[in-house]
Design a protein around this ligand. Structure first.
Ligand code: CA
Length: 243
């Protein structure tokens, strides 16, 4: 299995040992390394030393809300994030995606499906890294480094985008001033986002990019057609070692 080589490390944040064991076993069977954290604090304490490729985060944690744990991970790391939730509320899932998760799964889940989602997120991350290393897109004073998913504002403040946000912005900066249909924005590989999750990603990106998200200057909605990225984009090579 080429995409598991070298073995990717998956951190599992889950307070239920039985569920954690099932996940560890299944991921192990597919060639992943795993590390089980019993709490959000446990993960955050080890995040830098572990440097996981992806975190699976249970939303119902004993010590903190999983959403908060996720946000704190996202603030420190560009790793993939898969949310696991027993909550049936759509708002939690949407909020998770808005705040930077790459995907979510509802409990109870089919372990093989979980592995498929994990592999899909990791594959997207690798494809993004390979095809876009050392490239920076500049538009209206903004800089988007496709090699490390970093977005820098005209004022110089940096933020790391999630994998899904980066993919979306990459499609936009690669195709400026063109109407893009939802299907084009979803990417070509085994993604299964609904129309709704694209809208969630768009609004998330707008909040990071647009001074006034209610009246967006860059990402325009073209009703009945899709979206359009309105900007002049120039490309520069990233400085050596910037990755
Ligand atoms: Ca739990």
């Amino acid at each position: 299995m080429k995409d598991n080589d070298p073995a990717k490390l998956i951190a599992i944040v889950e307070d239920d040992p039985d569920i954690a064991k099932i996940i560890e076993q299944m991921l192990g069977d597919f060639g992943f390394r795993t590390h089980w954290c019993r709490s959000g604090a446990d993960l955050l304490r080890r995040l830098r030393t572990l440097a996981p490729d992806l975190c699976i985060i249970d939303l119902g944690l004993p010590d903190m809300d999983g959403i908060e744990a996720m946000q704190r991970v996202r603030a420190q790391s560009a790793c993939g994030i898969l949310i696991l939730t027993g909550r049936a509320h759509v708002s939690d899932r949407v909020m998770g995606l808005e705040l930077g998760a790459d995907d979510y799964m509802l409990k109870p889940f089919e372990p093989r499906e979980l592995v498929a989602r994990v592999r899909s997120i990791l594959r997207r991350r690798e494809n993004a890294a390979h095809s876009s290393a050392e490239r920076i897109a500049e538009f209206a004073g903004w800089q988007f480094n496709l090699g490390n998913n970093t977005l820098t504002s005209p004022a110089g403040s940096e933020q790391v985008l999630s994998t899904s946000e980066s993919e979306l912005l990459k499609v936009f900066v690669s195709n400026p001033n063109r109407i893009l249909q939802r299907e084009q924005l979803m990417g070509t590989r085994d993604l299964s986002p609904t129309d709704r999750s694209i809208d969630v990603r768009i609004s998330r990106l707008r909040r990071k990019l647009e001074p006034d998200a209610d009246s967006p200057a860059f990402i325009k909605t073209v009703y009945g057609a899709g979206y359009l990225f309105l900007a002049t984009v120039t490309w520069v090579a990233a400085p050596a070692g910037a990755l």
